[in-house]
Design a protein around this ligand. Sequence first.
Ligand SMILES: [Zn+2]
Ligand SMILES: [Zn+2]
Length: 184
Amino acid sequence: MNQRTLDPRAPWVISTHDLGRRPGSMRRMSLTLPAPADVGVDMIGVPKDADVELEIRLEAVMEGVLVTGTARSPLRGECARCLEPVTSDTEVEFQELFFYSAEDAAEGDSLLYGELLDLEPAFRDAVVLTLPLSPVCSEDCAGLCVECGVRLADAEPDHGHEVIDARWAKLQGLVPEHNNDQES
Ligand SMILES: [Zn+2]
Ligand SMILES: [Zn+2]
């Protein structure tokens, strides 16, 4: 049925060789792994190859190997209000049971392939759930001026635009504009 195999050299593939299969057997591991590609949502995510620090516990149970862990990783993204770069980090907890046999597992459950298991999907799922849909550079970020697009945090405190009266708007077109905007 599922003939998938895992590459033992892939960074997120963990060997359970030393753990064995005796229920109750347990091992702890501390690992630093390079972040896989495309862990994130639109505005923020884990930079590819960034160091992800993992503390995991492998525990042999009747049906498979239960992995419980925490992962700490940096985040990089863009402020949803002003588009400035945002950097932060996240710590997530995850738990995943890897079944010895596909017969015991349901659709979508994780499996062991021989002595190997792949932690990447569990990490990915855990991180993505914690990411803000609208990351901000600071909680009180005022965003961009709706008129000219300048970042309000960088603008004069009284930044604003004169609202042109409709009667004058017509005349405005007759006068050459002195526009010193640096926008392209
Ligand atoms: Zn901002
Ligand atoms: Zn403006």
